[in-house]
Design a protein around this ligand. Structure first.
Ligand SMILES: Nc1ncnc2c1ncn2[C@@H]1O[C@H](COP(=O)(O)OP(=O)(O)O)[C@@H](O)[C@H]1O
Ligand SMILES: Cc1cn([C@H]2C[C@H](O)[C@@H](COP(=O)(O)O)O2)c(=O)[nH]c1=O
Ligand SMILES: [Zn+2]
Length: 213
């Protein structure tokens, strides 16, 4: 916390998938631990790619985390009471807009709040609540990956379903990594429009429907 005002602040680490957001979050957490600060890490229940109670990067590094139900606003209450000096939230793109208020309340009370998450949907549109968090935060780092087509810096998330670009009408939420997404630049990013292909798509199931918007 700041010595004079005793308030904290919000740091946002955002950008495309594979840009190193989680690696950067883990780096900051390691430094906080070396400084002897108390650290609490939260991750949404929907993203179980790295095992239930950890956050993990695409390179396999991990940190223990508390899993929070990302459906609805109620479960976020557990963050409200966290007394840790450093409170980190990974995969913030899976939480509701209520996360913005929670992060601000924590920062007002003196915590350093570090939030990581991708800021664009596969359509290239703002992925809430990241844009709101970026506007409210004291510090914002927007990272870029490497475009998997041309090798330029990549700011966009290319969703691929069975190797083909996703359609604009596909659901926003689809948990995944290399099997469903690539980092791409503005020029190489592709989004299908017009008639949706008839092919059976992985998220055209009742389970996926209830997990999506
Ligand atoms: N297209 C890519 N551009 C950059 N790094 C990539 C790419 N694909 C895989 N990686 C790997 O992913 C790592 C970043 O992983 P991670 O921190 O989990 O990213 P993020 O949290 O932003 O998705 C990089 O250090 C690199 O080893
Ligand atoms: C673009 C986009 C992403 N997602 C999901 C896919 C992954 O599970 C996460 C992002 O993970 P990362 O740590 O940033 O690599 O978000 C989604 O559900 N919908 C999208 O449009
Ligand atoms: Zn490109």
């Amino acid at each position: 916390m700041h010595a004079i005002t005793r308030s904290g602040w919000i740091e946002v680490i955002s950008g495309s998938m594979f840009s190193g957001k989680t690696e950067e979050l883990l780096r900051r957490l390691r430094r906080s631990e070396i400084a002897g600060q108390s650290v609490a890490v939260y991750t949404p229940a929907i993203d179980d790619r790295y095992g239930e109670a950890t956050i993990g990067s695409h390179t396999g590094r991990q940190w223990e985390a508390t899993v929070v139900d990302n459906e609805g606003d109620g479960p976020l209450d557990i963050l409200d009471d966290d007394p840790a000096e450093v409170v980190a939230i990974d995969e913030a793109n899976f939480f509701s807009d209520a996360l913005v208020e929670v992060c601000n309340a924590l920062a007002d009370r003196g915590s350093r709040v570090i939030v990581s998450g991708t800021d664009q949907t596969f359509r290239g549109e703002p992925f809430e609540p990241l844009p709101q968090l970026m506007a409210t935060a004291e510090y914002v780092d927007k990272l870029q990956a490497i475009c998997s087509v041309c090798g330029e810096p990549a700011s966009r998330n290319q969703r691929l379903i069975e190797g083909e670009p996703a359609h604009v009408d596909d659901p926003t939420i689809l948990v995944g990594a290399e099997e469903s997404y690539e980092a791409r630049c503005r020029d190489c990013h592709v989004l299908l429009t017009g008639d949706r292909p008839d092919a059976e798509r992985p998220f055209d199931s009742p389970e996926a429907d209830s997990a999506n918007d």
